[in-house]
Write a protein that binds this ligand. Structure first.
Ligand SMILES: Cc1cc2nc3c(=O)[nH]c(=O)nc-3n(C[C@H](O)[C@H](O)[C@H](O)COP(=O)(O)OP(=O)(O)OC[C@H]3O[C@@H](n4cnc5c(N)ncnc54)[C@H](O)[C@@H]3O)c2cc1C
Length: 357
C-alpha cells in the first residue's frame, strides 16, 4: 500500500521573493484522505537531480473550510527541495505527498470564546495562519494576537493576507511585527525575538493572564525562550503548543546510555505495519525506523530528526530508549508511543506497531 498520493499543482505564486505559496489538489479518490485539521503538515517525496529520494514536511497554511490544500515554502540557502519548489515547480506538475499529519492544534471540547496568542518566526507562520483563520472563523468571539518575527519587511510571508485578515476580523486580531533589520511602520519592535524581547512584550503589550492558549512555531532555541517567558507569566504546559521546523542535532546514542545492561547486542524486533507482522533481527545501535527500512518495510518517515511525528509507532512489548523527541506529547509517550527514528531497543526483544495516522 503506497502512503503517497499524487497531488496536482494548481497554482504557484510568490508571497515574497524567497517564498512561494503552492496550491494542490488531490485526485478524487484520495480527496477524503486529505481532509485536515488546522496546523497539520504534508510530507512530500521528491527525487533530487542526483536521484536521491528526499522527504520534506510543509505545514498547510490554508484553513480546512477554504477547500484548497496550500503550503508556503520558503527558500533555504543551499536547500535542495525548497530551492526546487521556488525555482522550478509550476502549475500542472504533480507532487507526491502523504496525507496530513501532526497535532500542533488540538480541538477544544467546548466552543467557548477564547483568547489566543501566537509567536511565529519566518516560515513558522504557515501552520499558525491556518489555525488563526480557522479559530477566528469558527467562533465569532475568539480573539487572536500574533507576534511575527522576520529578518526585514521584504521577507514577511503572507504580509498582504495578514493585513486583509486584520480588516476582516476587525478588533479581534492583532499583529506585532518584529524586524531584525530596517525600521518601518510595520515593525513595532526591532531586533531578535529573544527572551528579553518576549518578556518586554508580555509586560507591556499582551496580557498573558487572559490567554487561553499560545502557539509557537519557528527555530528551536527561540521557541524555548518564548515558552520560558510564557511559563513565567503563568501559562501551564497544556496551554503552550509547539511546532518545530528543525532542531539542533543531538549526538548519536551510545550503547552505554541504555538503562538496562544488555545480555547481547542482538535484538529480536517484531514490527507490525499495515496489518502485517515481520520478525527481524537488529542491533541496539540501529533505530527502530532504520530496522524497518533495512528490512524492506515501507515504514512512514520524513525528517529523521525527532521533529515531525511521521514515524510515530507504539511499543507493545520490550523497552526502547527515545533519544530525542520534539513532537510527541507527554501523554502519548506515557501511552507507549515513540518516534521510531529516535528509538533504540534496550531490551533483547521489542515489538512495535505502526498505526494508521
Ligand atoms: C513539521 C514540519 C513542518 C514544516 N513546515 C514548513 C513550512 O510550512 N514552510 C517551510 O518553508 N518549511 C517548513 N519546514 C521545513 C522544511 O521541511 C525543510 O526542512 C526546509 O524547507 C529545508 O528543506 P530543503 O530540502 O530545501 O533543505 P536541505 O537540502 O534539507 O538543507 C537544509 C540546510 O542544510 C544545509 N545542508 C544540506 N546538506 C548539507 C550538508 N551535507 N552539509 C552541510 N549543510 C548541508 C543546506 O545548505 C541548508 O541550509 C517544516 C519542517 C517540519 C519538520
Amino acid at each position: 500500500m503506497s502512503r503517497f498520493h499524487k497531488l496536482l499543482v494548481t497554482d504557484v505564486r510568490k508571497t515574497t521573493r524567497e517564498a512561494s505559496i503552492v496550491s494542490l489538489q488531490p485526485e478524487d479518490a484520495a480527496r477524503f484522505e486529505f481532509e485536515f485539521v488546522p496546523g497539520q503538515y504534508l510530507t512530500f517525496r521528491h527525487s533530487s537531480d542526483e536521484g536521491e529520494e528526499l522527504r520534506r514536511s510543509y505545514s498547510l497554511c490554508s484553513a480546512p473550510d477554504e477547500g484548497v490544500l496550500q503550503v508556503g515554502v520558503k527558500k533555504v540557502e543551499g536547500g535542495v527541495f525548497s530551492t526546487w519548489v521556488n525555482e522550478t515547480l509550476k502549475p500542472g506538475m504533480t507532487l507526491e505527498a502523504m496525507p496530513p499529519m501532526g497535532g500542533f492544534h488540538q480541538p477544544f471540547d467546548t466552543p467557548a470564546p477564547r483568547q489566543f496568542l501566537a509567536f511565529a518566526v519566518g516560515s513558522g507562520i504557515t501552520p499558525i495562519l491556518s489555525i488563526m483563520k480557522a479559530l477566528l472563523t469558527d467562533q465569532p468571539q475568539n480573539r487572536f494576537a500574533l507576534v511575527f518575527a522576520n529578518r526585514s519587511i521584504n521577507t514577511i510571508m503572507f504580509r498582504d493576507e495578514l493585513e486583509d485578515l486584520k480588516n476582516r476580523f476587525l478588533g479581534r486580531m492583532n499583529i506585532v511585527h518584529i524586524l531584525k533589520t530596517g525600521g518601518d511602520d510595520a515593525a513595532l519592535f526591532q531586533g531578535r525575538l529573544d527572551r528579553a524581547k518576549c518578556d518586554q512584550l508580555l509586560a507591556h503589550w499582551i496580557d498573558a493572564r487572559a490567554v487561553d492558549r499560545a502557539y509557537i512555531c519557528g527555530p528551536e532555541p527561540m521557541m524555548h525562550d518564548i515558552a520560558a517567558s510564557l511559563r513565567e507569566q503563568g501559562l501551564n504546559e497544556t496551554q503552550i503548543r509547539f511546532e518545530l521546523f528543525g532542531s539542533t542535532p543531538k549526538p548519536r546514542r551510545s550503547a552505554a546510555r541504555s538503562s538496562k545492561a544488555p545480555t547481547t547486542d542482538r535484538v529480536a524486533a517484531t514490527l507490525t505495519l499495515d496489518g502485517a507482522t515481520s520478525e527481524v533481527g537488529t542491533t541496539r545501535d540501529i533505530s527502530i525506523l532504520d530496522t524497518a527500512l533495512q528490512n524492506g518495510l515501507d515504514a512512514p518517515f520524513a525528517c529523521k530528526a525527532g521533529v515531525c511525528s511521521t514515524c510515530k509507532c507504539k511499543v507493545l512489548a520490550g523497552e526502547v530508549e527515545m533519544v530525542a523527541n520534539h513532537a510527541l506529547e507527554d501523554y502519548e509517550v506515557a501511552d507507549g508511543y515513540v518516534l521510531s527514528c529516535q528509538a533504540f531497543a534496550v531490551s533483547d526483544a521489542v515489538s512495535v506497531v505502526y498505526e494508521d495516522h
